[in-house]
Write a protein that binds this ligand. Structure first.
Ligand SMILES: [Zn+2]
Length: 427
C-alpha cells in the first residue's frame, strides 16, 4: 500500500472540514484553501511524519493483539482505550456522557428452533408445518415467547416510496394481519432508493403504520455461481441494541423469512400462484396484492444468549469562531471489525486493516492536523463507532442520542474502507 496516497486521502477529509468551515465567506476575499498543497520541503516533511503516525495506528489496531476488534470483546475495549488516549493526547475534549465514552448496551438473541413453530392453516383447518430453521427463518423477538394466529395478506414488495409513486399497501386492509411480501423491489425503485427502502426495518415502519402485526418476507431465490439454487438461509444469533427505543421491529409479533422454495403453500386457494407472482416481480413489475386464503399460526421463542456493553468514543475540537462554534461537523469511522473466525490462509484473526483501521487512523490524524494549526470556525466532533458490523448499531445509537444538540449538527463525514487508488489532493 502506498502510504503517501493514503495520507492524501486523509488530507482530503481534513480539507472537506476546512471547506465546510470556510463556506460562510460568500464571495468575500478569503484565505479559502481547497486542500491543494504545494510540494514544498516543509509540506512534504509534515506529510511524512503524519504518514508514519497514521501507519503506527494501523499497526496497533490491525495487529495480532487486538484480535479483529469484535464489538463486546476485551480487545474492542482496548481499541477504544487506544482511540481515547490518542484523543486525549491531541487535546480533544471528552464529548460523551462518561468522558470520551458513550456507553452502548447490546444483547445477543437467538431463536430456539426446537420450541418455535410456524404453520399455515387453510379454511378447512388443515395445517401445513414449515420447519423452522430451513423452510422458515424466524427473527428473534426481544419480547420473549410470542404466539400468533392471524390472517395473511399478500402486499407485493411491501414498499411505500412516495417519490416514485409506489404504494404497495394502498387499498389493502392490513389491520391485525400479517403481511406477506417479496424481498426485492420493482424496477422503478432502484439505486439509492432501493438501498434505503430494502431493509426489513423500513418496510416494517410502513406496514406497522398500516396496522400490520407481523411480516413474512419471501426471499429471492439465491443462485450460486454454478447456477444451482442454494437451499435455505442460515439461522444465527443476532446482536441488537438493548435500548427498547431503538428496536426497528418494534410492535411486530412475528417476523419471518421464507425461502422461495417453500413459498408456494402461502398461496394455496388464492387467485394467483407463487410462480405467477414471482414471474411478474422478476420482470421488475409490481404484482397484484390480495388477502391470502391461508392463515398463519406462529410461535416465536427467543433466547438471550449474551448481553454486553461497548462504547462509542467521542472527542470534540471546539471551533474558533464564537458564534459558529455552536455548529458541529461530525467526522466518523467505525472501530470494530469481525474478530476471530474460520481461518483464512491459516489466520483465524480478521484483522480489518482496510475495514476499518484505515478510517480510525485517519480520524485520529485528522483530529491532530486540525488541532495543530488555526482551528476551524465550527466545532468538530470525532467519533469512533462501536457495533458497525452488527448492523451500524453504534451510529444508530449516536443518531438517537447525540451528545450535542441534533439541530446544530450541520454535516457528517464517514470514513469506511476507502480504497487508496490515486493521489486525491482536492475535491
Ligand atoms: Zn466497514
Amino acid at each position: 500500500m502506498n502510504l503517501r496516497i493514503v495520507y492524501r486521502l486523509l488530507l482530503t477529509a481534513a480539507s472537506l472540514v476546512i471547506s465546510a468551515s470556510a463556506a460562510e465567506h460568500h464571495g468575500a476575499a478569503s484565505n479559502f484553501n481547497p486542500g491543494i498543497r504545494p510540494d514544498t520541503a516543509d509540506a512534504l516533511a509534515t506529510e511524512k511524519s503524519a504518514e508514519e503516525a497514521w501507519f503506527s495506528h494501523l499497526k496497533v489496531l490491525a495487529g495480532e493483539e487486538l484480535k479483529g476488534r469484535k464489538t463486546g470483546t476485551p480487545e474492542f475495549l482496548r481499541a477504544a482505550e487506544y482511540v481515547e488516549s490518542q484523543f486525549k493526547e491531541i487535546g480533544l475534549k471528552p464529548a460523551a456522557v462518561d468522558g470520551y465514552r458513550q456507553p452502548v448496551g447490546f444483547h445477543t438473541l437467538q431463536i430456539d428452533t426446537e420450541k418455535s413453530s410456524l404453520r399455515l392453516a387453510d379454511a378447512n383447518g388443515i395445517t401445513t408445518e414449515l420447519k423452522v430453521g430451513t423452510e422458515a427463518i424466524l427473527s428473534a423477538n426481544r419480547r420473549g415467547p410470542v404466539a400468533i394466529d392471524a390472517p395473511l395478506v399478500f402486499a407485493g414488495h411491501g414498499l411505500v416510496v412516495p417519490s416514485v409513486g409506489v404504494d404497495d399497501l394502498k387499498g389493502l386492509d392490513l389491520r391485525g394481519k400479517v403481511a406477506v411480501i417479496f424481498a426485492g423491489a420493482p424496477a422503478v425503485v432502484h439505486g439509492p432508493l432501493k438501498a434505503y427502502y430494502r431493509s426489513t426495518a423500513i418496510r416494517w415502519k410502513y406496514l406497522k403504520a398500516a396496522g400490520a402485526i407481523g411480516v413474512i418476507t419471501i426471499a429471492e431465490p439465491r443462485v450460486s455461481q454454478n447456477g444451482r439454487s442454494e437451499p435455505g438461509l442460515r439461522v444465527r444469533p443476532v446482536d441488537q441494541l438493548s435500548d427498547p427505543a431503538l428496536n426497528p421491529l418494534d410492535g411486530a409479533q412475528v417476523i419471518a423469512t421464507i425461502p422461495a422454495a417453500s413459498a408456494a403453500g402461502l398461496f394455496n386457494g388464492s387467485p394467483h400462484t407463487y410462480e405467477e407472482l414471482a414471474a411478474i416481480a422478476k420482470e421488475g413489475k409490481t404484482p397484484p396484492r390480495f388477502p391470502l386464503a391461508v392463515k398463519l399460526e406462529a410461535n416465536t421463542v427467543t433466547q438471550e444468549i449474551a448481553s454486553y456493553e461497548a462504547p462509542n468514543v467521542v472527542g470534540l475540537l471546539a471551533g474558533r469562531d464564537h458564534k459558529l462554534r455552536n455548529e458541529y461537523v461530525v467526522l466518523t469511522a467505525h472501530l470494530d471489525h469481525l474478530g476471530v473466525g474460520k481461518p483464512e490462509n491459516g489466520d483465524p484473526i480478521y484483522h480489518g486493516a482496510m475495514d476499518n483501521a484505515v478510517g480510525i487512523a485517519s480520524l485520529i490524524e485528522t483530529a491532530k492536523a486540525l488541532s495543530a494549526g488555526e482551528r476551524p470556525k465550527r466545532s468538530i466532533i470525532f467519533i469512533a463507532f462501536t457495533g458497525e458490523e452488527e448492523g451500524e448499531l453504534g451510529s444508530q445509537f449516536y443518531a438517537r442520542y447525540p451528545t450535542v444538540p441534533r439541530s446544530r449538527i450541520v454535516a457528517e463525514l464517514n470514513m469506511d474502507m476507502y480504497l487508496p487508488l490515486f493521489p486525491l489532493r482536492f475535491l
